[in-house]
Write a protein that binds this ligand. Sequence first.
Ligand code: NDP
Length: 247
Amino acid sequence: MTDSSRKAALVTGGSRGIGRSICAELAQAGYYVVVNYLQRADAAESTLAQVRAAGSDGELLQLDVREREACKRAVSELASRKDEIGPLEVLVNNAGLAADGLFPMMSGQKWDSVIDTSLDGFFNVTRPALKAMIRNRAGCIVNLSSVSGLVGNRGQVNYSAAKAGLIGATRSLAAEVARLGIRVNAVAPGLIETDMTREMPREMLKQLVPMNRIGRPEEVAKVVRFLCSEDASYITGQVIGVNGGMI
Ligand code: NDP
């Protein structure tokens, strides 16, 4: 891709797990990749090295997606560097965390941390990015939901609420901006091998999956890459499951 045709992609939570694989896939597709992270600068540096190894370029962006004003400032600043890094054409809202617990015992802190990161994070980052996409009449947004957002899961009332909320937001925003050349979709992974699932007993997890294995981050990332590509030009407002047949 020449510099004049370069396009930028912002991946929230790009330092580890699924987000890291998404950064690598988008780099292979030629995007200038902005790797957002919260605190693991070392891990984010490794992701950036993978982006460069894929033949593209990018940069790190330390930013807490829960911080509305900071997101507005940082994302608007990225979008204003269109001549340098290309128009901000892809946003992947991937940052997320789980804080499980049975609902009667769930603290307000656990509720807030999950909702604030997934749902407020979506709002905080997407609004400033969308403004740039509307100006450019081009854009693609992918939100990381979860199988827990499609079906209930014991101990995950907060996480399910956040991920189901993202599905509603995806469908409504897709309807709002389709005429402006902007597509919005969600990916709903099942059980994927990352830090988020590291503590969970493998044998027990595998029994929940008809394919009898945990998914790999790149199996989610390739779907995100597809959704951001021209091959998906007529797909918007959809939720794509990547779950080994769980639902
Ligand atoms: P990981 O726990 O491996 O990584 C989480 C990422 O999010 C890290 O990059 C972390 O940054 C970043 N992050 C967390 N909080 C914030 C914040 N406030 N601001 C900015 N970045 C933040 O997660 P996964 O890769 O497993 O999950 C990625 C997404 O996929 C999540 O939305 C998750 O809910 C969803 N998902 C995951 C599944 C799984 O089985 N793993 C299944 C279904 C959905 P840092 O490194 O700096 O801490």
